[in-house]
Structure formats: C-alpha cells, structure tokens
Design a protein around this ligand. Sequence first.
Ligand code: FMN
Length: 177
Amino acid sequence: MNILIIKSSPHKKGSSNLLAENFIRGAEEKGHQVSIFDAGHAKLHPCLGCDACHMNGLCIQKDDMTELRSQILDSDMAVFVTPIYYFGMSAQLKTVIDRFYSFNSELMEKALKTMLIAAAWDSNDWTMKDISAHYETLCRYLNFKDQGQILGIGCGNVSMTKSTEFPEQAYRLGKTI
Ligand SMILES: Cc1cc2nc3c(=O)[nH]c(=O)nc-3n(C[C@H](O)[C@H](O)[C@H](O)COP(=O)(O)O)c2cc1C
C-alpha cells in the first residue's frame, strides 16, 4: 500500500511525530511505501469559502495543497497526525481538512483508508473524546475506511511519550495494517 502520513505539529521532533515515526517503522517493515507531508511546516492557507470549486474542482489558492491533493489521491491510505490543541486537532491539520472541500466528491468516491494518531498532555479518560468523535464523523461523511486510532494520552513531550505504551502501540498498528 501507498501510505501518506500527514503531520501537523510545529514540533518537528515532538510527541505526535514520535508516534508517527513508530507507526512508519512498523509499516515499512511490513513492506508498505510511506510518504510524508508536513502540514506543520507547509505553505497552506485556510479555505476561503468562496465556492469557486463547487466542491468538485480546482481551488483558486496556489499553495502546497496542490501537491497534497495529488498525494492523497495517489495514496491508498492517509494517516492524520496531530497534537491535541484544546481537545481538538491542530489548526494546521484542520486547515488541510477544510481544504478537502475542493475535491470533496473525489475523496468520497475514493473510499480512502485512514488512521488517526494524536498526542495530548493530559491523561483523563475524556481527553481524546472529542478528537475521536470528530475523526469518526469525518470518516462517516467522507466515506473514509478507518484502520485505527492511536490516542496518546500522557504524551505531553517526547520523554513523557517514550514512557507510555503508545509508541509500541503505533509500531504494532503499522506492522498489522
Ligand atoms: C495551543 C496548545 C493547546 C493545547 N491543548 C491541549 C489540550 O486541550 N489537552 C491536552 O491534553 N494537551 C494540550 N496541549 C498539549 C499538547 O497536546 C502536547 O504537549 C502534545 O504532546 C504536543 O504534541 P507535539 O509535540 O506533537 O506538538 C496543548 C498545547 C498547545 C501548544
């Protein structure tokens, strides 16, 4: 499978990317081809809501979303990787998702396999409730085929993350897809 990892943290070597790296190691050992798009450091503008695309055409904005759009459409699976910001995804990842608007129909038809990898500081049993529900609703609406969620609670920084079970969980998920 061609797997596209969509990172979205400003921390290149942070907690969510550490979990993603473990997933990648497992997936590559299994023989999958992995490519990475770093939305945390890309040139991406929010959707203007101009509707010039009519949800099925070209976006009038010329930025890195042009590349990401073709990368997604060429992939069998996308992995959304995000730090938890106020109990949701990062603005960087939300920007990517809002920009799906211009190829909404194509995405629905594709039935893309997807996964979510998230890292949060807190470890309450409700820390991941909203991100997980949002992701599941996106899967339902966009006809994504969910392959699993790594919900890293108590992953506030790299050393905290390394002391949890989540890097191993991400590795094993990579190995089993
Ligand atoms: C703007 C901002 C908002 C945050 N909101 C939350 C939150 O709602 N819940 C939580 O547990 N951690 C929150 N955190 C902590 C991060 O999710 C946590 O440090 C995470 O490990 C960062 O991942 P990264 O290193 O991949 O960027 C927040 C951090 C920032 C900077």
